[in-house]
Design a protein around this ligand. Structure first.
Ligand SMILES: C[S@@+](CC[C@H](N)C(=O)[O-])C[C@H]1O[C@@H](n2cnc3c(N)ncnc32)[C@H](O)[C@@H]1O
Length: 266
């Protein structure tokens, strides 16, 4: 059994609230991928792009303060709430889950899973800084943490991950943009055993129209051909942007029925 972290969720906002952060003017039009802030570090203001996770995770507390306290990100808590409700409705104990947390970052989602009673959680992220930040900020949440590019899994990573026998995949705030592409998501999805639980979110506009990242087509086809049996979807406010306007995401909780096949990715 893994040991849940001693830093509980309610304490998050009181940590590192001495960090000085300023957002750009609210009338500056930036895409989500272009968003930035400035942070006072070692006596100097430094500009940091919100999608530069290496920079964000290397400063203790910066990700939590900026994304969760200032920009009001609700996604890990929202996914947890919806997932818990679906587990309860199907009489499934969280303790029976063996979860892969894809795009785990510094462990915010792992922390929610541990808090709801999931005892075996493995994190996976493409950057080493995320693994280091997890060891620093939430030690003990993950049984193991793999630094891998899910898109280009080598044979040994694939075998190691397959041996865990996952029956649950979580992927929060990590699909699309320069983050996790459809192929990487499919690789992770195919590591989950049939009948396993899937809990994810994605920017709603990525589902509404094909914007080139391929998720609209992929999600529509996995739902239509019952590769994924959807139990719950919900559109909600993920966070506000640096322009202080709401950003809408869609949460999906369901059960995997079969693997994603290559032709679904095109
Ligand atoms: C916005 S963070 C989300 C972190 C966490 N899930 C949360 O909700 O706080 C997105 C994460 O996805 C990771 N990521 C991007 N591309 C990836 C890939 N191909 N394989 C694994 N992780 C990836 C990034 O390094 C980053 O840590």
């Amino acid at each position: 059994m893994t040991v849940a972290t001693s830093m509980r969720i309610g304490q998050r906002s009181t940590l590192h609230n001495d960090l000085r952060i300023a957002l750009p003017p609210s009338d500056l039009l930036l895409t989500q991928d272009e968003e930035w802030c400035v942070v006072r570090l070692n006596g100097k203001w430094r500009e940091i792009r919100l999608h530069d996770y290496d920079e964000l995770f290397s400063v203790p507390g910066l990700y939590e303060r900026l994304i969760y306290d200032i920009l009001k990100c609700d996604s890990p808590a929202r996914i947890r709430k919806l997932f818990e409700a679906e587990l309860a409705a199907s009489d499934t104990q969280a303790g029976t889950l063996r979860a892969l947390d894809l795009g785990a970052g510094n462990g915010m989602v792992g922390e929610e899973l541990a808090d709801m009673g999931v005892e075996f959680i493995v994190g996976a992220d493409i950057i080493e800084t995320a693994a280091e930040a997890t060891r620093r900020d939430r030690p003990g949440v993950y049984a193991n943490y793999h630094v891998v590019d899910m898109m280009r899994l080598n044979q040994s990573d694939r075998c190691e991950l397959a041996e865990y026998g996952f029956n649950c995949l979580t992927c929060v705030a990590a699909l699309g943009f320069g983050d996790i592409p459809t192929e990487a998501f499919a690789n992770a999805y195919n590591l989950i055993e049939p009948g396993g639980w899937i809990a994810l979110n994605i920017k709603s506009s990525f589902l509404d129209q094909d914007d080139g990242n391929g998720f609209a087509g992929l999600i529509q086809s996995v739902i239509a051909n019952k590769t994924l049996e959807v139990r719950k979807t919900q559109r909600y406010q993920h966070r506000v942007g640096t322009n202080r306007q709401p950003i809408q995401y869609t949460a999906i909780v369901g059960k995997k029925r079969r693997n994603v096949r290559e032709e679904m990715l095109t």
